[in-house]
Design a protein around this ligand. Structure first.
Ligand code: CP
Length: 310
């Protein structure tokens, strides 16, 4: 197991599979009322440059359930806002047993990782969302059984979520099809794209009506970054994107073409844009199982990475 989880590239297929299996095992234990104290006396520090509901709450609840403690640090109300990121990271490294950070730019995570001895987890950046992908794969495995040979289709904008999802899927032997009209420029990782293409399991299809036909999983994500959604300066670009992306909406029109696929979204959703109410509420929607699994996936990640420190 690597020391840090920054991109998902650092996990071998075997390591990724073992985290998913462990998340499923921890979930079963939790449902049986078992509370193994696998983080007893350990502290997780969580640093956020951006807002969060699921990532923050699931990491914090996860640390509690494992007998540990989580500290929430808001970038804007700590000296991270004012001081040198490496100096601040060196300090929290001396207090924490493990650190999770959500940042605007991956380069900030790399600066932290450079000076830290404790494990560092990426809680989302502009290029990757590895913890989300682990919970997504857990959800797929719970509903589909073995993932090998199954097919996931991602609709919408190519971004941090689709990057790590494509990598996670091909690592698990799944087929992955990207069905997007555009890529979010700051999310592009040529190296990752080369890696998924080399797997022979990755495809691109521009026509959403063709793409969805034989999918086992249909997945979408917001077309616009959360922080820009309500920004008046982004109004024209928002309107342009809504026109461009509407044919890719995960909604009744596309779902009539495939009634067997699981429907997935990492949330928060913009209902009526990338997904409609019909898809959110459909019988094959596992969106809230996905959200629940963030909790168990985070616990599996925390335990596996903390074990490296023993
Ligand atoms: N999916 C996800 O990361 O949710 P939050 O932004 O609420 O953490």
């Amino acid at each position: 197991m690597p020391k840090n989880l920054l991109t998902l590239k650092e996990l071998s297929s075997t390591e990724l599979a073992s985290i998913i299996d462990y998340a499923i095992e921890l979930k079963k234990k939790y449902k049986r009322g078992e509370r193994p104290e696998l983080m007893k006396n350990k502290t997780l520090v969580m640093l956020f440059q951006k807002t969060s509901t699921r990532t923050r709450t699931s990491f914090e609840a996860g640390a509690t359930q494992l007998g540990g403690h989580a500290i929430f640090l808001d970038w804007t109300t700590t000296q991270f806002k004012l001081g040198d990121i490496k100096d601040e990271a060196r300090c929290i490294d001396r207090y924490a047993d493990i650190v999770m950070a959500r940042v605007l730019r991956h380069s900030d995570l790399l600066k932290m990782a450079e000076v830290m001895e404790k494990p560092l987890i990426n809680g989302l950046c502009e290029k990757y969302h590895p913890c989300q992908t682990i919970a997504d794969l857990q959800t797929m495995q719970e509903h589909l059984g073995s993932l090998k040979g199954k097919k996931a289709v991602y609709l919408g904008i190519a971004n941090n979520v689709s990057n790590t999802l494509s990598l996670g899927c091909v690592k698990m032997g799944m087929h992955f099809t990207l069905c997007v009209p555009e890529r979010h420029p700051i999310s592009l990782d040529e190296g990752l794209l080369k890696e998924v293409k080399a797997s022979g399991l990755y495809a691109e299809e521009k026509d959403p009506q063709k793409a969805v036909l034989d999918a086992d999983v249909l997945y979408t994500d917001a077309w616009i970054d959360m922080e820009l959604y309500l920004d008046p300066k982004f109004k024209d670009e928002k309107e342009r994107r809504l026109k461009t992306f509407m044919p890719y909406q995960l909604g009744k029109g596309l779902l009539d073409l495939n009634k067997k696929a699981l429907i997935m979204h990492d949330l928060p959703a913009h209902r009526g844009f990338e997904i409609d109410d019909y898809a959110m509420n459909a019988g094959k929607s596992v969106i809230f199982d996905q959200a629940e699994n963030r909790l168990h996936a985070q616990k599996a990640i925390l335990v596996k990475l903390c074990q490296q420190q023993l």
